[in-house]
Design a protein around this ligand. Structure first.
Ligand code: HEC
Length: 115
């Protein structure tokens, strides 16, 4: 294959990959967003046993009692507005760039993590 053709293919592939990535970001459901935005602290399975999660004392959202103590309204508020501890230290930043329905999807996904 001629060098130019190879270059063109690479550029086309890169453009296609970029396009897919943009689509995923805007249309991503709860599971994808959890993986991208939340799992580093809360853990992919929600148990909070990541390095940062342990450090920040993330709760175990696989625990039915922890889930029962959390209302949807509080979850939505925390995701949209972020969360501080009693001393005003930032625990969690507000999640940026999510629509209301994506926030709801995240809460719905969080609920599926209960064991
Ligand atoms: C920088 C680490 C970090 C990231 C990233 C993070 N959180 Fe949190 N989150 C925390 C900590 C710490 C708490 C407080 C302890 C707990 O409830 O687990 C918390 C609390 C929560 C709560 C409970 C709020 C309440 O009122 O009790 C929900 C719901 C939540 N996070 C959802 C999410 C979602 C959804 C995402 C992704 C969009 C996310 N978090 C990203 C650290 C994080």
């Amino acid at each position: 294959m001629e060098r130019n053709t190879i270059m063109r293919r690479i550029i086309m592939l890169a453009a296609a990959a970029g396009f897919t990535a943009a689509l995923t970001a805007s249309a991503a459901g709860g599971k994808e967003n959890w993986g991208h935005m939340c799992a580093k602290c809360h853990g992919a399975n929600g148990d909070g046993q990541t390095n940062i999660g342990r450090h920040l004392h993330c709760k175990d959202y696989t625990d039915a009692k922890v889930q029962a103590a959390l209302t949807d309204a509080a979850a939505i508020k925390a995701i949209k507005e972020g969360l501080k501890d009693q001393n005003g230290h930032l625990l969690m930043r507000p999640a940026k760039g999510l629509s209301d329905s994506q926030v709801k999807d995240l809460v719905a996904y969080l609920r599926t993590l209960k064991k």
